[in-house]
Every structure is written in structure tokens, then in C-alpha cells.
Design a protein around this ligand. Structure first.
Ligand SMILES: [Zn+2]
Length: 179
């Protein structure tokens, strides 16, 4: 299962799809436009929502209710009402779902494997056996703890940052869905 870096990138990818298209106003160079898009409040919200399901570590029910479509819908509703914004609701819900999907597609070494993705409709754990992302190790006493996690985070960035960059470029050209 990815690190918070991978999950934040997943949430940002979702947000870039939904944030307004076109070059942000007031931005001069392409680099400034890129910065403006990546620091857009909706992209920050997406990055946060992409990480939030792992707050379940705090109450010891990891990969359970928060890692589900039900939680994504609830989070979208809360964000939409709190921020009075349909886009914020969409970004939050979609970013939350990237977390569920990434954990489903990633590696897991702690049974039950996978996530309770269909809760509250079904509380079985689902796991894709795709191993797309490395499992982040919390076994700090093992000799490869640092090197393993450093590689896991690096591979997430190598996989997801190019996707985010292409989407930012695509949206800045005014392409893609008009939400
Ligand atoms: Zn998770």
C-alpha cells in the first residue's frame, strides 16, 4: 500500500481532473502557471483527501470502513456542505476513491489482505493481487527498513508524477471534462 506521498499524488491527480480548465489567470510563464495549478485550493484538498483514509491507524481499524465507497461518499458530502461547493465534493470523493483503489492495487503483508472497499454494502476485504505499489514497512527494526521505504516512495513518484504532469499540461490547454 502506498505511502502518504503516493496517496497525495493520487488525490492531486483526481483534483486536477476536476479543477477548472485553462491556464490560471495572472500566471506569467508556463512554470508559474504550473505552480498556480498545483497550488490551487482544490488540488490541495484532493491531496489531503487522498491521504485521509489512513487516519484509521489512530483508532486501530486500518483498511476497514474508511477505505470504502461509503466513506468516500460521506467525505464528499461533508466537504461539499462545509465548503458549499460541488467541485469540492467531487474532488474529495474522487480523491478518496483513489486511495481505496491504490490500496486495492498495491501490496499488502498484513492479513486480511486488501481493503473493505464496498462497505457499507459488503464488509468483505477485496485485494487485486496486482502489487502495483510496494507495501510501506512499519517494521523499523528490520535492516532494510529505510532502503525499502525509500525505494517504495521513489517508485510511487516515478509512476504518478508523470501522470500528474501530463494531466496538468492537458488541463492547462483547456482540454478534458468541463465540470
Ligand atoms: Zn490506506
Amino acid at each position: 500500500m502506498p505511502s502518504p506521498v503516493g496517496h497525495a499524488l493520487g488525490g492531486a491527480i483526481a483534483a486536477v481532473l476536476i479543477a477548472p480548465r485553462g491556464t490560471p489567470t495572472g500566471s506569467g510563464s508556463r512554470l508559474m502557471a504550473l505552480r498556480a495549478r498545483l497550488s490551487h485550493p482544490l488540488v490541495r484538498l484532493g491531496a489531503l483527501a487522498g491521504c485521509l483514509p489512513d487516519a484509521d491507524f489512530l483508532w486501530g481499524r486500518h483498511n476497514m470502513e474508511t477505505h470504502s465507497v461509503g466513506a468516500a461518499l460521506a467525505a464528499a458530502l461533508v466537504a461539499g456542505l462545509a465548503l458549499r461547493s460541488r467541485r469540492a465534493a467531487l474532488v474529495t470523493g474522487l480523491a478518496w476513491l483513489t486511495h481505496v483503489a491504490f490500496d486495492w492495487l498495491g501490496s499488502d503483508d498484513t492479513p486480511p489482505l486488501g481493503v473493505m472497499a464496498l462497505w457499507p454494502f459488503d464488509d468483505r476485504f477485496v485485494f487485486a493481487h496486482a502489487y502495483l505499489f510496494e507495501a510501506i514497512s512499519r517494521r523499523y527494526w528490520l535492516p532494510n527498513f529505510v532502503t525499502h521505504n525509500a525505494w517504495a516512495v521513489t517508485s510511487e513518484v516515478l509512476m504518478l508524477a508523470p501522470i500528474l504532469a501530463v494531466l496538468v499540461w492537458w488541463r492547462q490547454r483547456g482540454a478534458g471534462p468541463r465540470v
